[in-house]
Design a protein around this ligand. Structure first.
Ligand code: NDP
Length: 287
């Protein structure tokens, strides 16, 4: 029987529609709305598109956004100067620094320089450490948080389930794995050196694919009835986008499946807005 398709767009929309009322309460308390500082460095067209989408989403939710646009040749001193400025701006509750950054800018140092109290990306060592230590943190990275929201809002049992996370990056794979572990999944993390990947994936009740390899996960990698969350967003030569999962093949086997695009992507933006509003609520003493 074909899988139930998890509609990330619709779930993200539902979350976004709940935000203006919360934004209004923050504005009432502080005298100004939640604010997101967005830094775009360099001339990567995909980054500019993502930033544009995020700013549009902010505007729709009533969140103020302040963009800092810097050229590809910018010096580290200038970048850190702008981060300081955003850290000290009381109207800014979240700071997003769009990656990738040009090679002269140390991405890890940039993550560490962002105030952990405005770290809506969840990449600051403090927030990553809290996630490791406590299974939660004031800020959880938007994409992994979106993955968990999709599972929880579709009533997918996590406790006791066998979860396999394909990918171990600091921004997706590892935090997604820690969030599943904190919810009592029995966890396996796979990567490029994992042997017999299909066999490991076939064990999963929940399979999260975050590898960046177009359509890598096939139907015969999936346990019948499993829930498959496709984080992958890959641009093919013809310009179209596809996930890490071979959607048509896996839809014949899985119980539930996210499309890509239209699954985790919209959730990532929704979670960025939620993280920003939550940060402002904490500042306003509302949370
Ligand atoms: P990274 O390149 O940082 O990490 C990829 C991970 O996949 C690594 O751990 C790597 O292993 C592993 N991997 C790569 N190739 C293979 C393979 N053939 N077999 C097994 N494991 C493999 O990617 P990200 O985590 O940043 O992103 C992953 C995907 O998610 C991408 O498609 C990206 O575009 C997408 N993405 C989507 C977002 C959204 O909002 N929808 C947001 C962020 C990312 P190793 O560690 O051994 O190198």
């Amino acid at each position: 029987m074909p899988a139930e398709i998890i509609d990330g767009k619709a779930i993200a929309q539902e979350i976004r529609e709940s935000l203006p009322a919360r934004v209004a309460k923050v504005e009432e308390k502080l005298g100004f709305p939640p604010g997101l500082g967005v830094m775009l460095v360099g001339d990567d067209p995909a980054s500019a598109t993502y930033v544009g989408m995020k700013e549009k989403a902010c505007a729709k939710a009533g969140i103020h956004s302040r963009q800092v646009t810097l050229g590809a040749q910018v010096t580290p001193e200038e970048v850190f100067g702008h981060i300081d400025d955003l850290n000290n701006d009381e109207r800014i509750h979240g700071i997003l620094i769009q990656q990738p950054l040009p090679p002269q800018i140390d991405t890890e140092a940039v993550c560490a320089a962002t105030s952990p109290e405005k770290d809506v990306d969840g990449f600051h060592p403090h927030n990553l450490g809290e996630l490791l230590r406590a299974g939660t943190a004031p800020f959880i990275a938007c994409t992994p948080r979106g993955v968990i929201e999709l599972l929880e809002r579709t009533d997918t049992p996590i406790k006791g389930a066998k979860a396999v996370v394909l990918g171990r990056s600091n921004i997706v794979g590892k935090p997604a794995a820690l969030l599943l572990l904190a919810r009592h999944a029995t966890l396996t993390i796979c990567h490029s050196r994992t042997e017999d990947l299909p066999a490991v994936c076939r064990e999963a009740d929940i399979l999260v694919a975050a590898v960046g390899r177009p359509k890598m996960v096939k139907g015969d990698w999936v346990k019948p009835g499993a829930t498959v969350i496709d984080v992958g967003t890959n641009r093919l030569d013809d310009g179209t986008l596809c996930g890490d999962v071979d959607f048509d093949d896996v839809a014949e086997v899985a119980g539930k499946l996210t499309p890509s695009p239209g699954g985790v992507g919209p959730m990532t933006i929704a979670m960025l807005l939620v993280n920003t509003v939550e940060s402002a609520e904490r500042r306003a003493g509302l949370a």
